[in-house]
Write a protein that binds this ligand. Structure first.
Ligand SMILES: C[S@@+](CC[C@H](N)C(=O)[O-])C[C@H]1O[C@@H](n2cnc3c(N)ncnc32)[C@H](O)[C@@H]1O
Length: 273
């Protein structure tokens, strides 16, 4: 058993037991922002056969279907699949691991994964499986968060943990750096490792509106996996200290109209089989 296997088991359990509602109502608003860029990078248009890997609540699958594509969505979290099926009852959703996608079909014109690769113990295995599911000449496209100096929505949380002096509990398995694929070279090397060609990486920057700090805290502390575990395993006074630092770190992003406008940055990579 490698660290990657331990981390994968931890992530699998986390996505099956966290609050899918908190994910959908807070973080899903952030991930949805780049869907059209992702589908454009993969040349999704009417008539395409699209596989959406790690579909979560089904956002990318739903949007691809609106473009007239025939879509299959895959995830390994039963509660995420339940949300997806409820939101998009006409689409096909399959429970499968990104490392073995055979049950979803093959020969897709396009295989996409919005914010999957940073959650994997063995990301190169998933990209290889996604590439095998792609028809020759078809496209693979994925996203990940930029480094925390640019993806401030997540950076503020890391800053708060450090400022409070909290440490990562030993019960959380060592996993890959959450921001590893914010590095263009790492992300393009990942796609190239599966033999994809014409690999391109670009950044997408935007401001994300947050009604109040409590809403973002709820999303981060209930709707995530690593962050949720990190907070749950702290003693209550430390949790309160992290929250106070988190609110302090958000202050620079107060917007004139009330609430906050927090910078987000995403790396989008695409390649062709
Ligand atoms: C950050 S969410 C992204 C969801 C959606 N794509 C979006 O844009 O909001 C990550 C999703 O990946 C799924 N996931 C994580 N590891 C997976 C794996 N190895 N195979 C399939 N799905 C996985 C989780 O269950 C979760 O739904």
């Amino acid at each position: 058993v490698t660290d990657g296997d331990d981390f994968d088991a931890f992530e699998r359990d986390g996505w099956a037991t966290n609050s899918a509602d908190a994910y959908d109502r807070v973080l899903g608003l952030v991930t949805r922002h780049v869907i059209d860029d992702l589908l454009d990078a993969a040349h999704v248009r009417a008539g395409c056969r699209v596989l959406d890997v790690a579909t979560g609540p089904g956002y990318v699958a739903g949007r691809a279907a609106e473009r007239g594509a025939t879509v299959v969505g895959v995830d390994r979290s039963p509660q995420m699949l339940e949300l997806a099926r409820r939101a998009y009852p006409a689409l096909r959703f399959v429970e499968a691991d990104a490392e073995s996608l055979d049950g979803a079909g093959d020969n897709f014109d396009v295989v996409v994964a919005n914010f999957l690769v940073l959650h994997l113990g063995h990301p190169e295995r998933a990209i290889a499986a996604m590439t095998r599911s792609t028809a020759p000449g078809g496209y693979v496209a994925v996203t990940a968060w930029s480094p925390p100096e640019r993806a401030r929505l997540f950076g503020v949380f890391g800053d708060a943990v450090r400022a409070a002096g909290a440490s990562v509990p030993a019960a959380i398995p060592a996993g890959p750096d959450f921001f590893r694929f914010g590095d263009d070279r790492e992300l393009s090397a990942l796609l190239a490792s599966a033999g994809l060609v014409d690999v391109a990486v670009r950044a997408i920057d935007y401001l994300h509106p947050i009604a109040d700090a409590a809403q973002l805290w709820w999303g981060m502390s209930e709707g995530t996996v690593r962050t949720r575990a990190l907070l749950q395993l702290q003693p209550e006074p430390m949790r309160r200290a992290i929250r106070a630092e988190f609110e302090r770190a958000l202050e620079p992003y107060r917007s004139a109209g009330g609430g906050f406008a927090v910078p987000v940055s995403v790396k989008l990579a695409s390649g062709r089989r």
